[in-house]
Design a protein around this ligand. Structure first.
Ligand code: NAD
Ligand code: ZN
Length: 283
């Protein structure tokens, strides 16, 4: 037994790892669905509970369109702070193993609820490493490792005027309303390109995620409590279309009863074990 945060996990055994690996070996299409837990070992704060407060505010008070309309400076100040906190975090072994898995074979789609950009950073790191090995040529598989970010990203912004979305990862100067990021095209105020409480998910991204669910032979669910909708229903949709569910989570979730394999383990140790390269392929 060992302790991950406040959770005690039973070490996963070789037989469980082998049965998960066999599912991936036999699968043509794999959907990977991740939540906050995949980034826990990178040190990304959850913004929940006593330690998760920023000043006196709860996330629910700042991550809303109403809060932004009332006080965009305050909301940008918070997002600027979150950006800097997450920038100091690194993709962990789970993000890296998933990026290598998706880049290395066709038919793997990564869908995340996280806004921390760590899957994308892992994809770029994997591509850079592979390009180094191949004399500077970026392998075609690198793009495949980029995730569908259902809830957006801390490192993108969207124009409140013309609606365009930009990569936007520079430090935010939130000392006054006038200094807040503005659109290079139309001059209107930019906002963080994340989905706030009370907002809908991008239908195109959601459609792509449900398409991947309908096609998947295996759905690997990592570090999500599977209670936030509609993301949680993506896994059940995959299951309803015939996919086997593999779950990695130190705690049971509503998906556990339908999972073919459940690893009660932390992502950074379990995910590389089940999707990493075979050093001694098991029979
Ligand atoms: P959640 O907080 O509801 O659940 C996290 C899950 O991760 C729990 O089931 C927990 O048991 C599990 N977990 C904890 N440590 C783990 C580890 N080391 N390895 C594997 N699993 C571990 O998170 P959620 O389901 O993603 O939903 C929360 C919402 O909050 C989402 O909408 C998400 O966008 C947002 N959020 C994002 C981030 C981020 O971007 N990193 C962080 C916090 C919250
Ligand atoms: Zn604009």
């Amino acid at each position: 037994m060992r302790t991950v945060g406040s959770v005690t996990t039973v070490p996963f055994d070789d037989a469980t790892v082998r049965s998960a690996r066999r599912l991936f070996d036999g699968a043509e299409r794999v959907l990977v669905l991740t939540g906050a837990g995949v980034s826990a070992e990178s040190g990304v704060p959850t913004f929940r509970g006593a330690g998760g407060l920023w000043r006196e505010y709860r996330a629910e008070e700042l991550a809303t369109p109403e809060a932004f309309a009332r006080d965009p400076r305050l909301v940008w100040e918070w997002y600027g702070w979150r950006r800097e906190v997450v920038r100091r975090c690194e993709p962990n072994a789970a993000h890296l193993a998933l990026a290598a898995f998706a880049a290395g074979r066709a038919g793997v789609e990564i869908v995340t609820q996280n806004v921390d950009g760590l899957h994308a950073r892992a994809a770029h790191a994997t591509a850079a490493e592979a390009a180094g090995r191949r004399g500077g040529r970026t392998p075609g598989g690198a793009r495949r490792a980029l995730p569908i970010e259902l809830h957006g990203s801390l490192f993108r912004a969207r124009c409140t005027g013309c609606g365009r979305t930009f990569e936007h990862d520079e430090p935010v100067d939130a000392r006054s309303r006038e200094r807040l990021p503005a659109c290079a095209r139309c001059g209107a105020l930019l906002r963080p390109a994340v989905v706030w409480f009370g907002e809908s998910l991008d239908p195109a991204l959601l459609g792509a995620a449900f398409d991947a669910a309908a096609r998947a032979d295996v759905c690997l669910v990592v570090g999500t409590s599977a209670v936030v909708q509609p993301a949680a229903s993506i896994a059940t949709a995959a299951h309803a279309s015939g996919a086997r569910i593999v779950e990695v989570n130190p705690e049971p979730t509503p998906l556990t009863p339908i999972a073919t394999v459940s690893l009660r383990a932390a992502a950074a140790s379990a995910v590389p074990a089940i999707v990493g390269q075979h050093e001694n392929p098991s029979p």
